[in-house]
Each structure stands twice: as structure tokens, then as C-alpha cells.
Write a protein that binds this ligand. Sequence first.
Ligand code: HEM
Length: 934
Amino acid sequence: MFRAILVAVLSCLALSLTGCSESSLEGCVETLAGGPLPIATARDQRFQGKVRESTARCRGGEVALKFLNTPWVDWANYYATRDAASLEDLETRNRRGIGGALIDLEYARVELLKFNLFDNAGTYQQYVTGRPGIDGPALKTWAEMRLPPTHPSFADVGGAGEQVCTGALIRGRTLTGICNDLRNPLMGSSGTLFANNAEFESLFPDTGLNAIARNRHGDRLSLLKPDPQVISRRLFTRAQSDPTACGDGHGNPGAAKGGDCDYKKAPFFNVLAAFWIQFMTHDWFSNLEEGHNAPESMNVGCTSQLVAGIDTPLTPQDVARLGCRPEDAIDKGFVADGTAPQTFTQGGREYATRAPKTFRNTNTAWWDASQIYGYDETSRRRVKRDATDPARLQVVLVEGRSTAGDRQGYLPLLDASDPKLPDWSGQEAVAFPDNWTIGMSFFHNVFAREHNQFVDEFRRRAARTPDADSGLRNPSNPARIIRYRDVTADELFEAARLVVSAEIAKIHTIEWTPQLLYNEPLFRGMNGNWFGLLNGEGPLPDSLERTLLRLRDAPSSRANDVYSIVASGPGIFGQGSGKRGWSLSNPDDVNGGTNHFGSPFNFPQEFVTVYRLHPLVPDLIEYRETGNPDTIQSHVPVIETFRGKATPFVRQRGLGNWALSMGRQRLGLLALQNHPRFLQNLRIERLQSPTKQIDVAALDIIRDREHGVPRFNEFRRQYGLRQITSFDDFIDRRLPPDSPEARNQAQLASTLREVYGQHRCDVSKQITVAQRNADGSPIDDCLGHSNGSMVDNVEDLDTVVGYLAEATRPHGFAISETQFVVFILNASRRLFSDRFLTSSFRPEFYTTLGVDWVNNNGPQKMVEPRAINGHDDQPVSPLKRVLMRVMPELESELAHVANAFDPWARDRGEYYSLEWRPRSDARNDEAFRPPRAP
Ligand code: HEM
């Protein structure tokens, strides 16, 4: 039955989206005759984003054929997946290209859900073995997700008997994230364990866990080998044409104009987008507790480098030349459990029950705006509510600031009684205060105002129609209608939290991500996750919804293969909320839209890795003012806004001016040699080391090694992507070989070779079980090169370094395809698993106004007057709406903006243009002046 559904759905997708009616084309006929690609049944038979020759020809013609032999995914070369130059006159071709890309992406997601879920909380054995009558990937509840007897809510959820959350525990998002899933109360809550996406046996490559790992890396790796500070200085440092004007990221004294730090810029993504993602990570995960790690301190390198392939101590001259610091030290990472895991046997194979070391996510894993509202008792104490109306967040008026936005107020400061690190003194009071700069101050202030906007609109409606039904219900008494006048301040506060969290999830899904991945397939894919690919049209979404519920409850793992494909029809968001007869008294309705695919939800440690996005941050902010938006008034070093210094900057200059400044400025490309200088030299007062400084870029590498994340090539294989076989694979073959970019990439490949080295390879050493060679033979140490030849140590490459080196990316991708594949899996799961974004997205929890607010991006619908990339009648995007509400002074500036994360003065051109040219009324903007001659 499952195969029949799968074929039907894929054919439907293929026909509705690909338009394979141009049947004269040989490739399409062959592709159709071959039927849908089977879903892999074994890890080493995965699709790897690579298609048959006939499929490539059908979907992308000669261009797609040309790059079939590269390691990089094929869909990026299909018709209509790039800018206007990739559009064909024949519309059917464009549809084949876009539809084909969507099919490839869906295959990737199906395989990721099937092969990449490794839970560390004790459920993995059941995932592999199943329980009587039910396959492991079809399991829905786990004893490990029960609240323990020591938990304060133990008795409330059922104690030692069956545990089901009810009453007050299910009304809204709980402080620590318990009871999101009614029958798995502990899942996703603060302090639960990070999962993994890579097989446990592939983790901690430097410990030589097994023969395969030893074959892969020899004895070349340890926590500080290759040296992380040397990697940082050679591969991460931003080159400066005028080092004095940059001052290592400190610019000119007094933040004066003329400070200048070169950085590689992404033309289609702005600085707001950089700080947005930091703001998001502070919601999703943290390895730290209250801004620090474990009590013990450790040195962090700047001690050795490879010379002629031999690890050699650095001389004082080397240290001076590199600019690294051997005396730096930082606290070691926390470990939850470092004891050897137990093992079990299934089908003749031995498995570990968990990773060799486990780590706690100290945040809630839910998209619950916990960075604003709190994730434990300590963080909640920093969240300040308005004493005159406790449904509102506290804001204060700032003397001298008087725009319509300023009158909505600014966050108050941490006070003496708030729990805090001394380093945080003087900054605004929020639940997650670490690594505070102008960027965090900006978004926290924006969403505090947005929270209050919702509360104020609710209060206005309550004043107009006090006896009307607010939509809200109390699960302890579901039949009682709660009128507007009955809603308590606490109830309204929690409803506003739900609304703000869902708005944030929507902004991220349909505004930030489609600009991060700026092309048509991803626009459709991300809108598909939210609204559904069918967007309420097409074949019977209602029946698809019923099919989904049946698939979700099926005891077979094969149902999972089909589930995410079917879900792409109606969309993930709101899944199960429209079920006929939905009842608040029925836990299976309240919870019924979620699917965890057999493995409890938490982020994997590999997810943290791909969010180490420090190159996004420029050293200096080009500060502007709304009265004169084209002129850069001064260059404000981000480091001059670190921690408490952010607060006077944001207050004295005004939130609207910062929105304009960060909205117009391009962010840093995620690329090698593009880390902010200031982050390599960050001063952290709490450190006991002689330097009190830390190189955050080097720390990114060290933390991943501490967490046992596989190195780049095995990381790709684990996620079902094709391996590289030489550092030269990083050179983008789409570029003319003698172009400056290609030459620069060749230079970087040779620096990688110097830093990571080479070795004489041995074909007798198998280095992975995750994939095989095309002929079915095991992959060996020579990676296709001849036995005994010198090969690059590509297996040792740290994952962060590898993904920053990936120059070959799909059009408009601000991230690499390796990072992207991690998002495909985890961004989808973050929606699939959360009932507040699926079956509990209902007025009973959000209020009627709240549901409308999330759906309409505010109190009423607004539609853009112009088509966007060929799409008519687009709703005004959700962050743009928020910015218009909380800073009305930006109205004329925002009028031209289609996506708040695209540089605001950029002319977006016709179809996914990446060009850097001004829109007609911003021709005088200084940022469009030609760059200085070197
Ligand atoms: C100016 C802004 C920023 C500063 C000062 C900063 C600082 C830091 C520091 C000091 C750490 C190391 C913590 C440790 O492991 O001991 C860190 C970790 C991290 N940063 Fe940043 N960062 C900034 C911007 C960003 C941005 C834009 C992103 C984008 C997502 C980001 C993502 C991360 C992630 C994912 C970690 C690891 C956190 C964890 O392990 O829980 N940071 N950052």
C-alpha cells in the first residue's frame, strides 16, 4: 500500500509541477519510463543529490549534464533555478527544472528522516529494534520522555502511571518546554540531551573509536591538532587593504566615519539577517549555562603547525607573524555523560545505545521565543512585565527620543537583583543576555514592542466588544466560553507569547530562509513547509490531511517514507488543526498533527555546527539616519556595542536608525578568510587567562572537536552528500579557470593543503561504511587516487572550515549545500514535532485574534502592490509588517522593500537577480559607489 501511495503522490507532484508534457525530449521519456527513483533501503545506497543522465537532460539540458561528475548537487543546474539567464522560453522546461529541484529536495528530506535520527536519551535501541507489533521509526511515545519523580510536575502528569499532560500544563508554552507533546512531557525541555544526525560510530574521530576511524584519520588528529588558532589565522582572517583604518575591528576612535574594515559581502542579504540568526540560535539551543562552560580551563592552541607534513612547534617569530596567542585559555565544554555507552545487537550487527559523550541543550528546543520569555527559573527572573498591565512586557521611555516607534519604548536594564554575570551589567534585561551587541539589542526591543502591540490590539477589541468570544478556552473547563472581558492578564501574556513565537517561526520560514536561499525552488519549498505546495488548491487537501493522519498512526516504518512527501501538499504548519470535530478534550486531537518519526525531538549537535556563522558579522556598522538615508554618518564598530555598550547606542540613536543602517548594509559572505577581526580578539573579562582574550573563530573549531562532530568529508557522507577527493574540488568549475575568483579559490585550496597536509594513501584501508564507490566497492583511503600516491588530508578537514570553503553553491545560497542539508532535516522536524505549530495552532490557545494575527502578519491582511519574482498578490512579508508596526517612522523606507532581509536600497531586478545596484530612488546611496582601488 505504501509504495502505491508514494508512487501516486510523486507522480502527482511530478505532473503538477514538472510539466513533462514535452514528451519529444528523450531525457524526459526515459525518466518517466524509469518511474520515480526508489527510496533507498540501505544507508550506503542513498541518492546523494545526483540524478541519472536522462533526468539531468530533461530538467536542465546541457548545463545540468556538464556538472554531473562534480561532488555537488545536481538540482542547482536545472532550468529556472538561478537568475533570469536560467529561464527558458518554453515554460514547460522551467516547470520541469523547478519541479525537478523540488522532487530532489523531497527525496533528500525523506532519506534524512530515514537515516539520520540518532537520539541520545536512551531511545535509540527501540528505534532500531522496535516494539512488538510496531517498527522503531513508527514509535510515538517513550518512557525516557516521562517526567522523573523528582520533577515538580510529576504528579500533575500522572505520576508513576500513564503520563498525559492536561489542564494548566497544556494551555500555552511552559517555561521549561515540558508538555509540548502531551504524552512525552519531557521532550524538548530545557536541559535534555542534544541528539545526533550522524551515526554514533562516526563521532569523535580523533579518539580512534574503531578501525574505520583509525583508517580514516591515522594518528593525525587531537583536540588541538591541527592547531585551531593556526587554522583561524591562516584560513579565517579577513585581509585588510588598510589595516590602520580597520584597527583590528575597532575602526576609528569614537566610532567616527572613515573607519574601514574590508569584508567579503553577500549582495542579497543584509546585516539584519546576520543578527536575526543569532537571535534565533539563542532561542533554540545553548551548550552554555548562564554564559559559561565547565569550571576547568584549557589552552586553545597557537603552538604548532605542519611543516613539510610534520607537526612542528611554532617559533616566537611564527607566533608574531600569525598574530595568534599561546596564552589564551577558556573553560572546557560541559559533558553530560562521558562514560562508555552500552551496546546491543540487532540483525547480527552491534550498535552503541548513544554517542560516546552526550551534552545538554540548556535551552528549550522548541521555537518558543525562550530567548525573550525564558527557559528556566533563572532566566525568567530577568523577564520584566509592565506593572500597570502585566500582560505587557515592561518598556521605558527614553528622554530625547520622540518618533512614533520611540514612543513604544525600550527594554529596561538588568537591575541589581537580577541573576547575571558581572560582564552583563548595564545591558537590557532579557532571558538570554549572552553575546549581546547592537544586533541582539535591536531584535529584543523589536519583539518586546510587537508583544505589546498584540496585547494593545486585544485590549482595544476587548473594550469594543467585551462580551464577544475571545476564542480562548481553558482545557480544565473546555466548554466555558471565555469572553474578551474574562481574559486575565496572565492568559493574555501567554497568548501573546504564542503569537510572537509563531510569527518568529513564520518570519524565519518564509522570509529569512527564502532570502538566505534566494532562488525559486527554495521559495516554493519554504512556502510549502508553511502553507503547503498546493497552497490550499489542487487535489483535495482535505483527503491528503486524512491520509496524513493514517500514515502517522501506521505501525510501519515505511509510512514515514511517505509522510513528509504527502505533508508537502497541505504544508506542515497548522497540520491537524483543521481536523473535523477537533476537540480540546481529546489529547489525540490536541497532539494529533505532530510527527517525530520515531525519535524524540531535540536538535543534534551537528545543527549547532552549521550555525557557527560568525563570518556573517561585519566589523563595522555603516550608521545612517532616517532623515538622510543615503549617507553613511559614521562607522560604528560592533565591538564598541558589545554587552552593556549596546544599550546607550540603541537608545541614543534610536531603533529606527539602526533598522535603516542594518537593513541597508550587506552582511559578510560565509566564506574562508572572512571572519570579523574583533571576534578573533574578543576580550572576555570573566576569563582567568593572562590575555583575557579569545579567538571565537578558533573556538568554533575546538567546540566542534569537543562535541565529537565528524570531520567534513564523513559529515557529508553521513548526510547523504557526495564526498570530495581533493582540496581542488572546492574550486568552482562553473567559473572560467583564469577568472580572479577561480584563482583565489585555487590559492585557498593550496593553503588548505599546507594547513591540513597530505599523506601517502593505502587502498587496503576502508575509511567509511556510510557510502560505497559507484561500483559497489568500499571507499578507501585513496579516494580513487592510485595506491601509494600522496593525497590531500581531506578527511581531517574540520566541518566549519569545509563548509566555508564550498564555493560551488546553488544560485543565491548564502550558505553551503552541506549546511543546507542539515537544515532540510532539522528545520522540518522543528515544525513537524511542535504541536503549537501544528494541531494546537487554534483559537483555544492563541485566541481568535492571535490566529488571525499569525495568518495575516498582523491585525489585518496586506498585499504587495507589485509582483515579486513573478508571483502576484504576495502578502506583505511578516518581518516587514512587524517593523512597520513598531517603527512607523520607517514607512517610506520600507515601502520599496519586498523582503526585510534583502538590502533595502537594492534593486531586486527581475528574477532572483544578485546584482548590487541601487533602486532608482537610492542612486546616491554611498554603499553603491565603486569600491576603492586596491
Ligand atoms: C557580534 C556578535 C557575536 C558575538 C560577540 C558572538 C560570540 C560568541 C562566543 C564568545 C561564542 C563561544 C561560546 C563558547 O563556546 O564558549 C559563540 C558561540 C556561538 N555563536 Fe556567536 N557571536 C556572535 C554572533 C553570532 C552570530 C551572528 C551567529 C549566527 C548564528 C552566532 C552563532 C554562534 C553559535 C551557534 C555558537 C555556539 C553556541 C553553543 O555552543 O551553544 N554567533 N559566539
